[in-house]
Design a protein around this ligand. Sequence first.
Ligand code: PMP
Length: 367
Amino acid sequence: PRSPSRPEPRPGIMEIAPYVPGRTKSTGGAKLHKLSSNETPLGPSPRAVEAYSACAGHLELYPDGGSTGLREAIADVYGLNPDRMICGNGSDEILELVARAYIGPGDEGLYSEYGFLVYKIAILAAGGTPVVAPEQNLTTDVDALLARVTPRTKVVFLANPNNPTGTYLPFDEIRRLHAGLPPTVLLVLDAAYAEYVRRNDYEAGIELAATADNVLMTRTFSKIYGLAALRIGWGYGPAHVIDALNRVRGPFNVSAASQAAGIAAVRDRAFLETAVAHNDKWLEWVSQEVAALGLEVTPSVGNFVLIHFPEEPGRTAAEADAYLSARGCVLRAVGAYGLPNALRMSIGNEEANREVVSVLKEFLAGR
Ligand code: PMP
């Protein structure tokens, strides 16, 4: 073996494909419609902005390391126990803490084919081996996941609704997955888009995280609460899991301003209802209008839709992406997820939604 002449990262690190976020710029167009990262078009609650600004007077002080006030506010609003909760620098951090605490060299982390990209990164960064289960119709296949469980499996990551597909697994299926897993495997229910789901059976998911010994639910303030810039997420599960995650967490992982804004945001239920109603209306409108153009749209319950393009030259996803971008509409190419013929569009404000549909129409008509 050659002797290294410089520091080399641990095995697995160079296998990580760096996460490439959705673009923030268009290549043209008078106005930018950024629909690439599943952010909300309504912004955050004004009360959250006010609480954030009020922190400017105390920037010399470290934040509360345990995010106590934020955990208490979330617990109060959602009817949960704050002692079974951990807050993170986005829910991404909670996912990383899970991998760091439960997965080591020789261990496996399991997820679904089109699952959220961060799972693979977190597993590899922890020194573990990512294992992928194939999907059916862009939807998680519980039997395929269960068939890939081995004695080395430590964690199963499941996004529900899933990003980037927008598909949803009913709770019966989650229960069946949980029942089929050995009690030593931690099931992570990533519910970043939970508030958008009108079927409301994610409540059953949180019930499972509240009662089972091996289920953790993760949630975020980045989507419906409109606080993506502040990086606030939380995890809910058994006390022993929360304890393990707290041991590997950085001491002051959520900033004071983030905690303050999160507390104000979670308490503003009227604002949340407005944001949900906006999404309900425009998710349906966009899905129908895009389908009416002859493009296949995967039925979504999130704040985004996956739009499929034909492989015909002149009409491909890559060409549509470039065309939309030149008109100021920035969508998300999802080739990195193994979906080269699709674009993901976040639901925007009325103007943005109408603009995308009209530009797509033009694109398909061949200008
Ligand atoms: N899980 C899923 C399924 C997501 O789509 C996202 C956001 N892209 C996250 C987790 C992470 O969100 P955040 O770190 O902003 O809380």
